[in-house]
Design a protein around this ligand. Structure first.
Ligand SMILES: C[S@@+](CC[C@H](N)C(=O)[O-])C[C@H]1O[C@@H](n2cnc3c(N)ncnc32)[C@H](O)[C@@H]1O
Length: 257
């Protein structure tokens, strides 16, 4: 059984404590929890590259892990620091201002049990050195959680809103952008994202779609049936073609032991 489906059932029956599960986060948390459960009770060393205001870092710290957030934005790090203090986990969260590709000089190489890199590769100048830095930060056997923007969802989204030229540009552009006014520098399909991680020496273990449906539904439906939507997102996340049409693609990969 797929990890997300299995964890969904585990969570339902055991009622595991954790952050609120939304259509944007439920699939990712299922994958992360399965990783955390491999070493129950252990205090893991986590690095969150481009971790922003701590949406993942703070819950991971609350779960007992040590998290270093490396982010280019001082404002985001200030918000992270406040959030960590409010959650009572300030001593387990370290905020470091810096570039993702300079990770080797900011955190001890080959020490992290888990590195998160969520919604970052589509905004940086060059994703290759960032992924290489993610791999370099991991200890042998450590895992990477990488979330990237999906190209197919962007093409469909532009088209259904009537922006057919933009949809065509996105579909044909080698980087999956719609030109200089696009707010993202690139988008990925499953094969391209997996190849990027493999080129850095990471072994991709799982790929899920995140927000397969959430962005397509009228707000009244999404807001009116949140639990049902979360379960449907989980049910579709690992299954092509729905996986491949998601707004974001989540890749879970490991540095070989
Ligand atoms: C879209 S936000 C994602 C935040 C968080 N990871 C999440 O999923 O909610 C992108 C984050 O990457 C940071 N960022 C952008 N370029 C970066 C770089 N070159 N190195 C490190 N962080 C960067 C931004 O400051 C921002 O906090």
């Amino acid at each position: 059984m797929d990890r997300v489906t299995r964890l969904s059932q585990v969570e339902q029956t055991r009622g595991l404590a954790g952050p609120p599960l939304t259509p944007r986060t439920a699939v990712i948390w299922s994958v992360l929890r399965a990783e955390l459960e491999r070493r129950p009770g252990a205090e893991l060393t986590v690095v969150d590259v481009g971790g922003g205001t701590g949406g993942f870092a703070v819950p991971l710290a609350r779960a007992g892990h040590r998290v270093t957030v490396v982010d280019a934005s001082p404002d985001a790090l200030a918000a992270l620091t406040r959030r960590a203090a409010e959650a009572g986990v300030a001593e387990r969260v370290r905020a470091v201002q810096g570039d993702g590709d300079a990770l080797a000089g900011l955190v001890e190489p080959a020490t992290a049990d888990l590195v998160l890199c969520h919604a970052v590769l589509e905004v940086v100048d060059d994703p290759v050195p960032v992924v290489s830095a993610v791999a370099g930060a991991l200890r042998p056997g450590g895992a990477a959680s990488v979330l990237v923007a999906g190209r197919a969802a962007a093409v469909l989204g532009r088209a259904v809103n009537g922006h057919l030229d933009t949809a065509a540009a996105l579909a044909d552009d080698p980087h999956g952008t719609a030109g200089p006014r696009d707010n993202l520098r690139r988008r990925y399909d499953v094969e391209g994202a997996a190849a990027l991680l493999a080129a850095a020496g990471l072994v991709v273990e799982e790929i899920h779609g995140v927000r397969v449906l959430a962005d397509l539904l009228p707000a009244a439906v999404a807001d009116g049936q949140p639990a049902t939507l979360v379960e449907l997102e989980r049910a579709l996340a690992a299954r092509p073609p729905w996986r491949d049409l998601a707004a974001q693609l989540h890749l879970f990969a490991r540095r070989p032991a």
